[in-house]
Write a protein that binds this ligand. Structure first.
Ligand SMILES: NC(=O)c1ccc[n+]([C@@H]2O[C@H](COP(=O)([O-])OP(=O)(O)OC[C@H]3O[C@@H](n4cnc5c(N)ncnc54)[C@H](OP(=O)(O)O)[C@@H]3O)[C@@H](O)[C@H]2O)c1
Length: 275
């Protein structure tokens, strides 16, 4: 595994985390694949993917229950558990209550990273950030982050914090969806905010045409597959980590093969151009 510094902290995150959207259901709980999900998360942790990303919204809490079950036999300090508060729970007391619910479902005493899932213009951000900061003070989360925040949202959120920093922004980023490159990515670099790239495999699209053969045209030089090239391309920025999701052990192996090597600059540029 490779590690990258989380924000300005002294914590180093695995560059590949494990995403859990649709694990345990989408908007309602789905118990049908629990065993498979628990097994693959345990396997991921054993292989060094100790950073797991979930959310109270995923499967209406059931994703967190699955993560809790999967990590219970590992040393808590060796895992890095991130979850998110949903955008309708951003009032001060709702944020505090939401994290208590997540901790209960995860069966842990604290999370490593608590993230605001989406901004909600109907609720003052000051109120949300004060609650997030209180949770750090209480030791219920080690760090706070945001998700789907534009630069203006990040600046506003940062202005309300007096004792802590925003360590991360979790945003859509893959070789097809590159919207963060103009403003969000440079801002995060300048401010030492880690970018957690979500949907880094474009939901698996990159393993299919028309993307597959373009990615493979460069990948063959390095003996790498389309998925490995696409993930390596996302991770070429020093402040980016990625959270792909899979239920398939072979896919997990393939994902792990996307790190530990680099393409030359011309190939990264060529990929940016052709895909
Ligand atoms: N903050 C937010 O608003 C937000 C939004 C979306 C997602 N996220 C987070 O980001 C995580 C990742 O995003 P995502 O789950 O939407 O999409 P993703 O990771 O880009 O893609 C997941 C899909 O790719 C397939 N896949 C994985 N490895 C593969 C491989 N080696 N070859 C071919 N297909 C492969 C998976 O199928 P198999 O199971 O068959 O491998 C799955 O269908 C989420 O799980 C969630 O934690 C956050």
């Amino acid at each position: 595994m490779e590690y990258r510094r989380l924000g300005k902290t002294d914590v180093y995150l695995p560059v590949i985390g494990f995403g859990t959207w649709e694990i345990g259901g989408r908007f309602t709980p789905d118990y049908s694949a629990d065993e498979q999900a628990i097994k693959i998360i345990k396997l991921a942790v054993e292989k060094g993917i100790t950073f797991i990303d979930t959310a109270e919204m995923y499967g209406a809490g059931h994703s967190e229950e699955i993560v809790g079950e999967a990590i219970k036999e590992f040393d808590r300090e060796k895992t890095f558990i991130a979850t998110k508060v949903w955008s309708s729970n951003l009032r001060y007391n709702d944020v505090l209550r939401a994290l208590d619910g997540s901790l209960k479902r995860l069966k842990i005493e604290y999370v490593d990273l608590y993230q605001i899932h989406w901004p909600n213009p109907g609720i003052p951000l000051r109120e949300t950030m004060k609650a997030m900061e209180k949770l750090v003070m209480e030791g219920k989360t080690r760090f706070i982050g945001v998700s789907n925040f534009c630069v203006r949202d990040m600046e506003e959120a940062m202005s309300y914090l007096s004792h802590t920093d925003i360590v991360s922004n979790q945003v859509l980023y893959n070789i097809i969806d590159r919207g963060i490159e103009d403003e969000i990515l440079p801002f995060c670099k300048e401010n030492d905010i880690t970018v957690i790239a979500y949907r880094p495999l474009a939901k698996g699209l990159i393993a299919h045409e028309p993307y597959k053969s373009k990615l493979e045209s460069i990948g063959k030089k390095y003996g790498k597959t389309a998925v490995q090239v696409a993930l390596n391309w996302v991770l070429r920025h020093e402040n980016v980590v990625a959270i792909p999701r899979t239920l398939n052990p072979q896919h997990l192996e393939e994902i792990l093969g996307s790190i530990g090597w680099k393409m030359n600059r011309e190939d990264y540029e060529e990929l940016s151009r052709i895909v």
